[in-house]
Write a protein that binds this ligand. Structure first.
Ligand SMILES: C[S@@+](CC[C@H](N)C(=O)[O-])C[C@H]1O[C@@H](n2cnc3c(N)ncnc32)[C@H](O)[C@@H]1O
Length: 289
């Protein structure tokens, strides 16, 4: 098999028009850039890098400018930019920190120069593959990038990415469009095997098509895979599901009353972080969490 070659800085990539194909292409590039033979590591950090770029893109008017700043930053400065991004996000949405922190220990834990370079290389791969075109603007409502990224990071090198665990957008759309009638604000949506939120995304699309705002709905998602739950929390931000989002990580068969627990855990978390009124201090607080 031919050895994979990383693209040099500035080298252009053809970006597909189809959002699903584009998401998969980004996922493959991110996984290839992250992988090294000598220091295997789980998918949390690179998933967090993609989440950071997505969150940063939502904060700025000029995502192209952000891409340039991130691309030209040193590895250490990139981590600094990422801290700034999450400081802003958590200042607005402290509830999301309850799950996002699982992807962000490189912001508040110890990182050596080699890891910082690996993080930066991964960010460059995502940016070069056009991530910000997919996770900003209206395009961001049309697909799930984090699902394929998680699947690619978990796939064995050289094998096809196994995305069977996540519902592709057209399938999710068909499943939800036929079942959603008489929608009104305050409606509760529950997914006991939420994955990275594919059905939530499709539901939000149907809600918008009916002239309503997904942010006026309530969303409850559970999964035994806590990284998938963390990804859904980031997706809730990307898809603008609003403030009423509740997540649970665990086996739903063993704990069928998980929505009550999800509400309780979120309230507890917000109470804990309520006393941490400075966004950067919140990142330091999460270090001890
Ligand atoms: C087909 S995927 C989810 C698809 C997702 N609803 C979507 O829209 O893309 C199945 C998910 O169920 C989760 N799962 C399987 N058994 C579970 C259990 N007992 N409790 C919670 N989650 C479970 C898996 O971790 C996996 O993420």
């Amino acid at each position: 098999m031919k050895k994979r070659r990383h693209r040099a800085d500035g080298e252009r990539m053809n970006k597909p028009l189809d959002v699903e194909v584009h998401a998969l292409q980004i996922a493959v590039e991110v996984a290839a850039a992250w992988r090294t033979r000598i220091a295997p590591r789980g998918p949390a950090i690179p998933l967090g890098v993609v989440a950071t770029i997505a969150a940063g893109g939502l904060l700025v008017d000029r995502p192209d400018h952000l891409a340039k700043v991130m691309m030209s930053a040193s590895p250490g400065d990139f981590v600094g930019i990422a801290r700034g991004v999450w400081g802003e996000v958590f200042a607005r949405r402290p509830d999301l920190a309850q799950w996002a922190y699982l992807l962000l220990d490189w912001l508040y834990g110890e990182t050596d120069e080699r890891l910082r370079r690996r993080i930066k290389r991964t960010a460059e791969a995502a940016l070069r593959a056009g991530q910000l075109e997919l996770t900003t603007g209206r395009r961001r409502f049309t697909c799930d990038l984090l699902g394929p990224v998680l699947a690619a990071l978990r796939s064995r090198p050289g094998l096809k990415v196994d995305t069977r665990m996540y519902a592709p957008s057209p399938t999710a759309w068909k499943l939800t469009a036929v079942s959603l009638r008489d929608l009104e604000p305050g409606r509760l949506f529950r997914d006991d095997a939420v994955g990275t939120g594919g059905l939530f995304r499709a539901t939000a699309e149907v809600v918008r098509c009916q002239g309503l705002d997904p942010a006026d709905m309530r969303w409850f998602g559970a999964d035994s895979d806590e990284l998938a739950v963390a990804a859904t929390a980031i997706n809730a931000l990307i898809w603008e599901l609003g403030p009423e989002v509740f997540f649970y990580a665990g086996d739903v068969r063993a704990f069928p009353h998980w929505p009550d627990e999800a509400e309780r855990q979120r309230a507890w978390f917000l109470e804990q972080v309520g006393s941490v009124n400075e966004a950067m201090a919140l990142l330091d607080y999460l270090k001890e969490f």
